[in-house]
Each structure stands twice: as structure tokens, then as C-alpha cells.
Design a protein around this ligand. Sequence first.
Ligand SMILES: Cc1cc2nc3c(=O)[nH]c(=O)nc-3n(C[C@H](O)[C@H](O)[C@H](O)COP(=O)(O)OP(=O)(O)OC[C@H]3O[C@@H](n4cnc5c(N)ncnc54)[C@H](O)[C@@H]3O)c2cc1C
Length: 258
Amino acid sequence: MRGEVKSIAASDGFALEVATAQGSRRIRANRLVNAAGPYLRDVGAMLGEDVPVKCVYQQKISFADELHSIPRGMPFTIDLDDQVLAWSAEDRELLAGNAATRYLTQPMKGGIHCRPDGPADGTWIKLGWAFNDASSDPHGEEPVDPHFPDTVLRGASRLHPKLAAYVGRLPRGAHHYGGWYTMTEENWPLIGPMKTPGAFIAGALSGYGTMAACATGALCAAWVTGNPVPDYAKALSFERYSDSELMAELAGLGKGAL
Ligand SMILES: Cc1cc2nc3c(=O)[nH]c(=O)nc-3n(C[C@H](O)[C@H](O)[C@H](O)COP(=O)(O)OP(=O)(O)OC[C@H]3O[C@@H](n4cnc5c(N)ncnc54)[C@H](O)[C@@H]3O)c2cc1C
């Protein structure tokens, strides 16, 4: 059923109120999986639970690489090294003089994504850079950064110098879009039982949820059906918060998002 879960009453299983295009429906379920992405907290709250996640907005651009700056056979490439963007002395001074743009003149963390997009004989490419660290409310307006296309092009052109030809000249029809990385503080996912008996969670997949989708689904299904789960399953569930040694180790690793 396609619709929005509005409320959940938990007693003798779950009674869900779902808003659909045909009106409000009530459905009953013995078990429930909270896989609400940026809205994990909302569904958690319907069960009276706090889900410890935050949402961090990240952006991408895609465009037709008419100059063939990226070979179609190039694999998905991530430049992991930190960098300071190259600016003219005049631009640097202007940007540094404004509190809103000063970050563009300071060292920025690595993690710039670049890959050909679509068919081998196509021209589209995709660029992304998850440098934003500020969490925001996924119910609010998307905090789109108008500087992002220029910033990611400049950053990506360090590893792929031919991309510099697009700085200030992004082809017509280019897309600039974004979405929220839903993350725990330690940037590990939450997959497994919630506190409420019969309720499970599969989420906080941050910037790796497309890659991790199948494994997440398989692991969550094993928890739901009571099948054996692998050794690492507890560390990916709420249970890790009672393992102070693991949490200390994760805190020491830093929080780099993909
Ligand atoms: C710009 C960007 C680029 C990314 N690039 C990559 C990448 O290259 N590789 C990669 O692996 N990952 C990438 N990711 C991350 C990936 O998109 C996410 O990790 C993944 O989508 C999370 O999946 P999910 O199923 O947990 O949540 P979502 O995909 O957000 O799905 C949650 C679903 O729950 C629904 N929902 C929420 N609340 C309710 C409710 N009350 N009732 C009913 N339905 C509800 C929503 O409508 C939605 O359909 C990227 C993310 C962003 C933002």
C-alpha cells in the first residue's frame, strides 16, 4: 500500500493509520520495520522511541560532458585527499572577506566523487562532494548551496584537470540536486530490533545506502524472521550502544561520511 504512516498504536501488534490517495486507511501488523530514511526519528517517535540520527544535506551535479573530459570507461573515482581550492588572489580575498564564503578559501576535506553516468556511449557525468557537516531539519526547505556546482567543479578538477574547462561554464541542462544523509554520530547504520517488541529498524545509511541496500535488507529480514544473524549484526544494531569499548573505538575513528 502506498501512503504515509501517520500514527502507530502498539498493543497486541501494531495498528497503523496510513494516509493514502484514496483517504485514510488503518492496517494491522504483527511486525514493523522503520525504514523511513530521513524520517526515522518521526516513525520512532510514533512508537515513543528516540532514534539517535541526524540529517546532513549533501549535493551532486550531473551534466553532459560535451568536452569528453572524463573517459567513459573510468570507474567511480573518489579523491580522498584534502585540498585548498585554487582561486585567483582577487577571488580569494573577496571570498575570505565574507563570513558565508570564507570556508571556500580554507582547507576542505577530501571525498570528491566523479563518474560517468548512464550508457557507455552517453556523455553524462556526475560529481559529488559531501563536505557539508551541518545537520538540518529534513522537514524544512532544502539547504541548497548555490556555490556548490562551482565548488565541486573546482575541487574535482584537481584530479581530473580537464573539468576545469567547465568552471563558470556549466552546460545548459545541468542538474544540481541533493538529499539528506541520515546518520548516527558514529556514521554506522542501525539495522535490527528497536526497543518496542516486534519493531525493527533499517536505516541511518548515510552516504552508502545504495551500495548497502541489499545487505541491509537481508540482515534486517534475518532479524525480523528470527533467523541466525552474522557476528557483526549486533554492532550494526542498537546493541552497540551498550558496548562501550566499540563506541570508544568508533569515536576515535572520526566521522568521515562517504
Ligand atoms: C546526493 C546524494 C547522493 C548519494 N549517492 C550515493 C551513492 O553514490 N552511493 C550510495 O551507496 N549511496 C548514496 N547516497 C545515499 C543513499 O541515497 C541513502 O543512503 C539511501 O537512499 C538510504 O536509503 P533508505 O531506504 O534508508 O532511505 P530512503 O531512500 O530515504 O527511503 C525512505 C523511504 O521512507 C519513506 N517514508 C518516510 N517516512 C514515511 C512515512 N511516515 N510513511 C511512509 N513512508 C515514509 C520515504 O518516502 C522514502 O521512500 C546518496 C545520498 C544523497 C543525498
